[in-house]
Design a protein around this ligand. Sequence first.
Ligand code: URP
Ligand code: ZN
Length: 460
Amino acid sequence: MPSLLIANAQVATSAEVFPGAVLVEGERIAGIYRAGESLPAADSVLDAAGQYLLPGGVDVHTHFDLDVGFTRASDDFYTGTVAAACGGTTTIVDHMAFGPKGCPLGHQPEVYHRLARRAVIDYGFHGVIQHVDDEVLADMQTLRDKEGLQSFKFYLTYDDMLDDAGALRVLRRAKELGLVICVHCENDAAVTSLRQACVAEGHGQARWHPLSRPVEAEAEAVYRMMMLAKIAGSPRLYIVHLSTALGLDAIRLVRSTTGQQNILVETCPQYLLLNDSRYESDSEGLKYIMSPPLRKPADEEALWGGLACGDIQTIATDHCPFFFATQKQRGAKDFTLCPNGAPGVELRMPLMFSEGFMKGRLSLPEVVRACCTRPAQIFGLAPRKGDIAPSADADLVLFNAAHQWTVTKALLHENVDYSPYEGFSLTGRPTLTLARGKPVAENGAFTGSEGYGRYLHHHT
Ligand code: URP
Ligand code: ZN
């Protein structure tokens, strides 16, 4: 079993940052040493002076190869995980597409095992629920026990949404089974009627997209789900991609008044770093058609505050890219026809290192907790994933904090023709990513191998 000693690093765990060294033996972390402690012999030694050593990123919200009916998200499990590795992410948990109308709950996991075979880093899946009946509720247990699925998602908008009765049944079942329920929270009646009005009135430009999905639509649905979860006995409820200050206020109110501990909240880099001014250009605005939409600068500030005080637990990407030159142009005259989503999996860790830690908005352990540790804990992947700890998988990323660089699509590996963060000036860049001890990316180049990623049969 070859060993590697990463010496002289600033080791950043979920708890602290300290000067020290980490010993990797085979696929695992075999030892952690503070400066001054005697170091073990190793087959090779990497001098990481001036660099920060973080756990590999855990991105629990990607949509690789997502089939949206008329097209597919442009990153598949190979290109998407290559991009993830180059950006310092070593684990992804993918949100699968709905599948054929009425299909059994096990249909999509089977499809996704095939799609994910080429992944270069470890991966898991969230199940998806598009309708509710006794069979679906029974299959939640089967998939937990046989596939190790730890979580299921449903949507409160789109064609395959659940109504409140269905949501309540799923939440009750999740409570019985100890599962996490992820919910896309937007009020469908509001969104549908506003989108219909835009079409009827000829308001097809991208700038109408955020107006058709107002902050109240998110906050109402977030509040409703927290209430239904309470009625269902408080299963673990995970709000995906929170984008609004109003939604965060609702979460704080409910936590403080009901004492609910099982409300878990995710936000994404796009809601922290981009705002609705991106829709001012009719043509460029298509790049940012995603749901929920980009919000106001005040929402960005509120979300940073929520992360800093621990009211928001995780940062994931909702990575769902479509080519601007072709796929996104479907919405050129009518934004409601544009495929929803944007890329982000490669830049999440660099953005949070630079715009979170280096700019003083978050401490480095806070970045680690939001991007690595808590996602792994919530979705049953800890203690193997998500932190630098003895016996954990040697999923590690080294950041050179002195490296200043400007984001441009040409430097990225995502299979898409733009980055929402083009032109961002960042401080710090990954120099080495190890996935279970194997170098999968070095200085912006992929060095791993197709199919190296393993399916993570989550712990229950
Ligand atoms: O716009 C987005 N986020 N597309 C991906 C599907 C979803 O709504 O999560
Ligand atoms: Zn999503």
